[in-house]
Design a protein. Structure first.
Length: 314
């Protein structure tokens, strides 16, 4: 029974969050991305493990941090806070995150049930990945007076443009500047064409440099679909238009994550608005349109971050 309640809670959490995203898209149009924070917000991080939350949790926790006015995007479960001597304040309202329990397999010889990686010839799958829910609390809800945990303040000098250029170089993605009228990723040639930086302009929302990098992050996310990287296929084989809109959402979410990672304002592409109605319609019918896109965007960002370590070690 507990498992069923947990799954119900996780589904209700996702449906509620997707509803909030749809409302932001409808009422704030291009500004809907602001619900996930801005350049002053660090990626959602677990206070104890130091790991960043991924997939849909990245975006749900960022939105909650903004809505609640929390200064830090740092989280942990009640038990995790206790391990570092911190005490969640009495009466604090928890925030729900989603995770998946791994598939369960039965040993064909012994009948024993196990989870995780197995020899598939000796085991048969009993259950698939099971969606579940957990409760976390923001550092603002916690008494740290007797805790070993120290809040890490973000500074404006944490990242620089030089760091971004180094990051882009280490991705190994070919970037050209031959077509100065548009920016795009061409999968057949596995390259990105960028309009030269000089073609970008300051606006009331951000400066030209921030517009440039937000666009580049968008195209870099597209590039992870190549067979040599994550080999991301069309999500909807029978609906090319829906698949195209879906891939654009993946790229936008990836751009949000990379912009925050590098302390940059996430700006919106000029053709962003043309996808809004498609996204709204899709999200109203199926919340997994967003959750799966978030997972793929997260995987794209993690892929490039892992590439950085490999390049530095080479």
């Amino acid at each position: 029974m507990k498992g069923n309640k947990n799954m119900t809670k996780s589904k209700e959490t996702l449906k509620s969050f997707v509803g909030e995203v749809v409302n932001e898209m409808i009422h704030n149009n291009d500004n809907w991305v602001k619900m996930f924070g801005d350049e002053n917000l660090l990626p959602a991080t677990n206070a104890v493990t130091k790991n960043r939350y991924k997939g849909i949790n990245y975006f749900m926790l960022a939105a909650t941090t903004r809505d609640k006015g929390y200064k830090q995007n740092v989280w942990a479960t009640y038990k995790q806070w206790a391990t570092v001597g911190a005490q969640v304040a009495k009466g604090s309202e928890s925030t729900t995150i989603i995770f998946y329990k791994p598939p369960m397999y039965k040993d064909k010889k012994t009948g024993n049930i196990i989870m995780g990686q197995v020899n598939y010839s000796d085991h048969e799958r009993v259950t698939g990945p099971i969606m579940s829910a957990a409760s976390v609390f923001n550092v603002a809800q916690v008494d740290l007076s007797n805790s070993s945990y120290k809040v890490e303040e973000k500074t404006n000098t944490q990242y620089s443009v030089a760091n971004i250029d180094e990051f882009v170089k280490n991705t190994g993605v070919k970037i050209i500047f031959e077509d100065d009228t548009s920016c795009y990723y061409q999968e057949s040639k596995d390259l990105i064409n960028m309009t030269p930086k000089a073609k970008f302009h300051d606006t009331s929302d951000a400066d030209a440099t921030q517009h440039y990098y937000a666009t580049l992050f968008h195209e870099l996310t597209h590039a992870t679909k190549h067979k040599s990287r994550l080999d991301r296929r069309n999500q909807f084989e029978d609906d090319s238009r829906k698949s195209y809109a879906y891939e654009e959402l993946v790229a936008e979410l990836g751009s949000i994550m990379l912009s925050q990672h590098f302390n940059q304002t996430k700006t919106v592409r000029e053709n962003h608005a043309q996808y809004l109605n498609s996204w709204i319609k899709a999200l109203q019918k199926d919340f997994t349109f967003l959750t799966s896109a978030a997972q793929k965007a997260s995987a794209a960002v993690e892929y490039y971050l892992n590439q950085q370590s490999k390049q530095r070690a080479a």
